[in-house]
Design a protein around this ligand. Structure first.
Ligand code: ATP
Ligand code: MG
Length: 543
């Protein structure tokens, strides 16, 4: 899968064949203002795989040119998440480390007559830019002399102006049909402490100026980014060329990845965290990599999913079912298959001796012997799922327990329900059954066909656990305000019983609960207080 071809690789291959590049260098440039989400995984995978396929490398570069929004918490989390996905950046850089060089390159532009200090108000600038139908109007400061611009730019740097008083602008073309080329701002004044450079600077470069320089400084050969930057490419190329950067990166855009009914915008996700709608950035319902990890999603499944959506030049939306299928595929062999009862119903095996307990040795995963085996206890007292019993067998399709009916218990015996005990409200609270010694571990299966096979957990040794189930985090339609669309019923907690073999289960251990689904041990789980998160249910046909 990793070796599949795409339009980016085609360009890279031709650049290698022509000798334009000997080594391929890419970068992933997140802004450290939030946690990474599964959309970022598309960018990370594209950046790393495009270089790896040709023996090249990828840098992680924090795009920390905006001092007001960034935080060190995000800086650490981003690197952790990239590593979790299975990639190691060759270098970890901060765009803010290049502030000196960016400043010096701006001076080159001024000296070439290609940049000027503009004192227009933001309103004037907005108005004079024009729009798609109307060309822009040159600012009255556009023809300041080089010497005046140099002096004013140094004054900007030296804190002689207030915020918003002036900006440095590129002098390109106020009549360009591409709005990005209508004398874009390169530097603005901002009196803000920066997490890396402190109070050294009071002018900060704009994204469209900083980003191409960052790429060029690092010798990035192919600067891969999402589609919304396509219109910015002419400006990107202009900046690299006119600042006379020795190495020239090439920007290539690819389509963004969205997932049905999933909102990934960092702004929205931050709001959910700040308003306490979710328990944090790693809430198992969040589409952040930390949320998905906590829920139990695996990096392999996410990679497989992203690659299988195919890289293209248009934005695309994938169904959640694709991601769920990738998870089932990945977990099928990795997860231990064990028995867990989610809605327990007591069964007493009346002909099984009290005080006796026996054990069955059973492989954890019949398809993967490497996972080893465990002992499954059996005694007079067991639990089955409430759903696996009805008093009266409704039809022949019903393959579970009913009064007077015999079923097989996985790995153990056939049991037959003989009597039902109800509480005052008429709810079934216990079944009295008998077992048949001759049917041990499924022997006798051929002579006598039981009415299906169900799972169980022995009562005295079963572990009481908490089980978390998750529904979609947002509901409703696009016309509604996002915060109103938050689904307050998206997290359900149940109390269940699992096999005693899980006693030492640790956070991130993954299991298939037979006939139910795949579950991950939650980060807050502790011995004696196990907590499981449902990763994905089994396909209903397996149930
Ligand atoms: P968001 O819109 O979610 O806030 P962003 O684009 O502002 O994300 P950045 O930190 O700037 O976040 O993202 C780093 C890189 O990840 C960018 O190059 C961006 O193009 C890319 N990226 C972000 N979201 C997606 C997505 N859904 N699909 C593909 N690439 C994405
Ligand atoms: Mg961004």
């Amino acid at each position: 899968m990793e070796n599949q071809s795409n339009f980016i690789k085609t360009i890279i291959e031709s650049d290698l064949a022509s000798g334009k590049h000997k080594e391929i260098v890419t970068r992933f440039p997140p802004e450290p203002n939030g946690f990474l989400h599964i959309g970022h995984a598309r960018a990370i995978i594209t950046d790393f795989e495009s270089a790896l396929a040709y023996g090249g490398y990828t840098n992680l570069r924090y795009d920390d040119t905006n001092p007001s929004k960034e935080d060190d918490v995000y800086v650490k989390a981003i690197l952790d998440d990239i590593r979790w996905l299975g990639y190691e950046p060759k270098h970890v850089f901060f765009a803010s480390d290049y502030f000196d060089e960016m400043f010096n390159r701006a001076v080159i532009l001024i000296k070439k007559g290609l940049a000027y200090v503009d004192d227009s108000t933001p309103e004037e600038m907005g108005r004079d830019r024009g729009n798609i139908n109307n060309v822009g109007k040159p600012s009255k400061y556009r023809n300041r002399s080089i010497d005046e611009n140099l002096k004013l730019f140094y004054d900007m740097r030296d804190g002689k102006f207030n915020e918003g008083e002036c900006v440095l602008r590129a002098k390109i073309d106020m009549e360009s049909p591409n709005m990005n080329l209508r004398d874009p701002a390169l530097y603005r004044i901002q009196y803000a402490e920066h997490h890396n450079t402190g109070n050294k600077w009071c002018i900060y470069p704009m994204y469209d100026y900083a980003h191409p320089l960052e790429d060029a400084i690092e010798g990035i050969t192919h600067s891969l980014c999402s589609l919304e930057f396509e219109d910015h490419r002419p400006l990107y190329d202009w900046v690299v060329r006119e600042t006379e950067m020795p190495k020239v990166p090439r920007q290539i855009e690819f389509g963004r990845l969205s997932i049905e009914n999933t909102v990934m915008s960092k702004r929205y996700l931050r709001q959910l965290v700040e308003e306490g709608k979710v328990i944090g950035w790693d809430d198992p319902r969040m589409p952040t990599l930390q949320g998905l990890r906590r829920r139990g999603y695996t990096p392999e499944a996410i990679r497989h999913f992203v690659l299988s959506t195919g890289l293209s030049k248009v934005n695309s939306t994938a169904g959640n079912d694709m991601l769920e299928a990738a998870l089932r595929d990945d977990l099928a062999l990795k997860a231990k298959r064990v028995m867990a009862v989610i809605n327990p119903l007591k069964v007493t095996i009346t002909n099984y001796p009290e005080d006796q307990i026996e054990y069955f040795d059973v492989a954890y995963n019949q398809d993967n012997p490497e996972l080893g085996e465990r002992k499954i206890p059996f005694s007079r007292h067991i639990y089955i799922e409430q759903e696996d019993f009805v008093v009266e067998k409704p039809n022949n399709k019903y393959k579970r327990l009913a009064l007077g009916v015999e079923v097989r218990l996985f790995h153990a015996y056939f049991i037959k329900a003989n009597e039902v005990i109800y509480d005052e409200e008429g709810k079934v609270i216990e079944i009295l059954a008998t077992y048949d010694l001759e049917t041990k571990s499924g022997s006798g299966f051929n002579e006598r066909k039981p009415n299906g096979t169900i799972h169980y957990v022995e009562a005295s040794q079963g572990l009481n656990v908490k089980l978390n189930f998750f529904g979609p985090m947002i509901e409703g339609n696009d016309d509604m305000d996002l915060m109103d669309r938050f689904n307050n019923n998206s997290w359900t907690v149940k109390e269940g019983v699992v096999e005693t073999a899980l006693i030492d289960a640790k956070p991130q251990d993954k299991f298939q609960f037979m006939r139910n689904g795949y579950f991950n041990v939650d980060d807050d789980s502790k011995q004696g207080h196990l907590i499981f998160n449902e990763i994905v249910p089994l396909k209903s046909s397996y149930k």
